[in-house]
Every structure is written in structure tokens, then in C-alpha cells.
Design a protein around this ligand. Structure first.
Ligand code: PGA
Ligand code: ZN
Length: 434
């Protein structure tokens, strides 16, 4: 029986370092026939309150307390004994076993990092055992759509201290005919932005996600610089490329107000919504993620009611890739799109279920990296497997960001004629996009 020879022989974890030089968990799963799956987990900086718990040692003598030796120990002992002997092809059963073994609602006991690295490594071993690419293994024969990339070319907030209040200014190359062209356009705009910044004697140092991190007085300056860069690269903003924002508003929310310290203004929730309404009428913005704080459901509904037809309203920290929170969001019409981060929830099965549920509600999904990443490219395969409309993997700069985009370039080539790049059609729920 094939499932017998796909049984797990060993599960081993190790501590490796992420793109910020902080420890993270890598797991290696070996099947009895020798097939191996290796996966590592990312880590956020603007981490949401409702995310599954990333277990850190807290031992200040190692890595400023950020070591993950406890999580590693959990994989090598409890997790390994629970899943050794199970078939790697039974992803749902394995993930269920991991969830039950942990026993907490937020995976705090064994650590979401321990669980996720195991879950992903099992999936990779399963795909390898079957002799198919991961996107095909997870997505079956329907997996053929390349996501539209959202490239964070200007970094602020917690990813680049001292630069600008909003965390992310992204370009969205919906006008491209295919994924290859989308990457070409984006890279050209990125390099054009470098020249625009140099001309203005602004810094071209980059932030955690590879985007430039100049010190700018206001968010609108970033938008203007990007429009100039698009134009100078020979493209049309609002046609070839659009802009997406991730203010990550929870990071500048204080006592009921939004404190834009670079601009020197403090806004109430309704004023903040008015501010977005003005921004989207003045700039070709098609997506705003975490425009408001992660707890304010009532104002999220208001934001979606006011902006939802003109722009994608995306919940990241708001949902934390959590089914219960997503259900609440659907019920309250809190947004029309969800950001998907595997480490916010901790298993591949739960992630796929959240994507599926969002799609049933008519929402778009954006599979996303974290600001702390590794060379692991699972999210590229996950995006194709789930027919996600978008992927967020930072700027076309820094290898941990490009690893995902490069994986998608290879997948597009492998799919050949079957590959489908949706372009503008991903914005199907917006009125102003023909
Ligand atoms: P994080 O940021 O990975 O630092 O949490 C990414 C995001 O907010 O989308
Ligand atoms: Zn975000």
C-alpha cells in the first residue's frame, strides 16, 4: 500500500536564522522510503494580537530572548512521537493531531512555530512522495492561476524606523499579460523609484521587506514618489499598475485615536476613514489593508461600507487567518478581502479552510509573507494551490523576498499554456475597474 510506505519515520527540528538574523524553526520530516520534506517558518514584526503564539525561549542570554529551543524540543519529542508512523499523505489528519496535541486555542503550549514547521514539512514530504510539485499536491488539477503580486517598494512603520507612518506602499501590476511580465514591470518601477529618490537626495537604504525607506514628512509624499517612478519607467499608473497600502493601523493607534506622528496629526476613527476616502479619490489605490485597529469591528464595517466598492478592504491583524474571526468579519461585512499568513494560524489545513471560506463569501485572498522570512517558498505554492488572487512577498529585492517570486516564475513556466494570470479581473468586486 502506498500510504504505508508514506509513513513518517522521523521528525527533527533545528534552530536556523531568519532574514533579520533572529532564530526560527526548521523541521525535517523523513518517510520510511527516505523521502524528505523540509520547511521553516517566518516571523512578523507588526504581529497582531490574535495570532497563534510563536513560542520564544525568553532566555536573555541567547539571542536576546528570541531563541526557539523550547519549540525545537517540542517537535523532537512530543510532536515526533505523536506523528511518527502516520501517513504523510493524510495532511488533514496530521494537522488535526497537532491541534489536539497542543490543546490550546492559540497554540501557546507547543508553539505555532513548532506546529507550522511540522505541518509544512509533512506537506512537502507528501508532495515529494507523490512526485508532484507542492502546488499540484495541495491544489489538485485546478491549480493553475498565478497570483497578482503586490510588491512593497516603500517601507515604513515597524519595518523601517524613522521613515514614514504607514508600513507598506505596494505596486500591483494588474496590467501585465502574465506573471513574468508583472515581475519585469515591477522591477523596472522599483529601479525607477531608486533613481527618483537619488535625484531628490533621499535615502535608498531598504527596510525589512526590501522596499526603500526614505525619511518622508507625509504618507502622500510616498504616493507621489511612486507615481513619478511608474511614469518614468514608462508605465501608466491606474492602468498598468495600481497602488496598494498596508498602513498597519494597529501600530499607530493610541487611546482611541490614530497618531500619524510624521505628519503631526491625530485622527479619530471617522477622520481616519475620511482620510482614506480622500486618498483613494486622489490616487490610483485599489487596496487598503489594516486601515483601522484590529479590535474596532464597528468602524471596519463603516470603512467597508464607504470604501468597499471602490477599493479592496483587507483584514490582516483583524482576522489573523483565524476562522472564528473571519466568520465574524463576514457576518459584520467588516471587509471584502483577507490577508493569509500561515504562521498566524499554525497549520496548512486551517489555512486552506480559511481561504476556502473567504472565497465562498465572495472575498479576495492575499497569501502573504512576514517581515521576517526564510528561503522557504511554500507560500508561492500555496497561492497557486488555492487560486489566491494575490501574493505579497515584499519588494523585488532581498533573496528571501525574491525566492517566492522566483518560485512563481518557475511554476508559470512549468504550467506552460495552462498558466493563467488574472490581471485586472482580480479586482472584480471593485466598481471603478472595467
Ligand atoms: P509583519 O508585517 O510580518 O511584520 O507582521 C506584515 C504585514 O503587516 O502585512
Ligand atoms: Zn499587514
Amino acid at each position: 500500500m502506498p500510504s504505508q510506505i508514506a509513513s513518517i519515520k522521523s521528525v527533527k527540528a533545528r534552530e536556523i536564522l531568519d532574514s533579520r538574523g533572529n532564530p526560527t524553526v526548521e523541521v525535517e520530516v523523513v518517510l520510511i522510503d527516505g523521502t524528505t520534506g523540509v520547511a521553516s517558518v517566518p516571523s512578523g514584526a507588526s504581529t497582531g494580537k490574535y495570532e497563534a503564539v510563536e513560542l520564544r525561549d525568553g532566555d536573555k542570554r541567547r539571542y536576546r530572548g528570541l531563541g526557539v529551543l523550547k519549540a525545537i524540543e517540542h517537535v523532537n519529542t512530543e510532536i515526533a512521537s505523536a506523528i511518527v508512523g502516520m501517513s504523510a499523505l493524510e495532511q488533514a489528519a496530521i494537522d488535526q493531531r497537532l491541534i489536539e496535541l497542543d490543546g490550546t486555542a492559540n497554540k501557546a503550549r507547543l508553539g505555532a512555530n513548532a506546529l507550522l514547521a511540522t505541518s509544512l514539512a509533512v506537506a512537502k514530504a507528501g508532495a515529494s512522495f507523490r512526485g508532484v510539485p507542492l502546488y499540484r499536491y495541495l491544489g489538485g488539477s485546478r491549480a493553475k492561476q498565478l497570483p497578482v503580486p503586490m510588491l512593497n517598494i516603500l517601507n515604513g512603520g515597524k519595518h523601517a524606523s524613522g521613515s514614514i507612518d504607514f508600513q507598506e506602499f505596494m505596486i500591483v501590476p494588474v496590467g501585465a499579460a502574465d506573471f513574468h511580465k508583472a515581475m519585469q514591470m515591477s522591477s523596472e518601477v522599483y529601479h525607477s523609484l531608486r533613481r527618483v529618490l537619488e535625484d531628490k537626495r533621499l535615502s535608498t537604504n531598504v527596510g525589512d521587506e526590501g522596499g526603500f525607506a526614505p525619511q518622508l514628512p507625509a504618507n502622500e509624499d510616498a504616493l507621489r514618489l511612486i507615481l513619478t517612478a511608474v511614469d518614468r519607467a514608462g508605465y501608466k499608473a491606474g492602468q498598468d499598475l495600481f497602488i496598494a497600502l498596508d498602513p498597519a493601523a494597529s501600530t499607530f493607534y493610541q487611546d482611541g485615536e490614530y497618531v500619524l506622528s510624521r505628519e503631526g496629526v491625530t485622527l479619530s476613527p471617522t477622520e481616519m476613514i475620511d482620510y482614506y476616502v480622500k486618498l483613494i479619490s486622489d490616487y490610483p489605490i485599489v487596496s487598503i489593508e489594516d486601515g483601522l485597529v484590529e479590535d474596532d469591528w464597528a468602524n471596519w464595517s463603516l470603512l467597508t461600507a464607504r470604501l468597499g466598492k471602490k477599493t479592496q478592504v483587507v483584514g490582516d491583524d483583524l482576522y489573523a487567518t483565524n476562522m472564528k474571526r473571519l466568520e465574524k468579519g463576514i457576518d459584520q461585512k467588516a471587509s471584502n478581502s483577507i490577508l493569509i499568513k500561515v504562521n498566524q494560524i499554525g497549520t496548512i489545513s486551517e489555512t486552506l479552510a480559511v481561504i476556502e471560506r473567504a472565497r465562498q463569501a465572495g472575498w479576495t485572498t492575499i497569501v502573504s509573507h512576514r517581515s521576517g522570512e526564510t528561503e522557504d517558498t511554500t507560500i508561492a505554492d500555496l497561492a497557486v494551490a488555492s487560486n489566491a488572487e494575490f501574493i505579497k512577498s515584499g519588494a523585488p529585492c532581498r533573496s528571501e523576498r525574491l525566492a517566492k517570486y522566483n518560485r512563481l516564475l518557475r511554476i508559470e513556466e512549468e504550467l506552460g499554456k495552462a498558466a493563467h494570470y488574472p490581471g485586472k479581473r482580480v479586482l472584480y468586486n471593485l466598481e471603478r475597474i472595467e
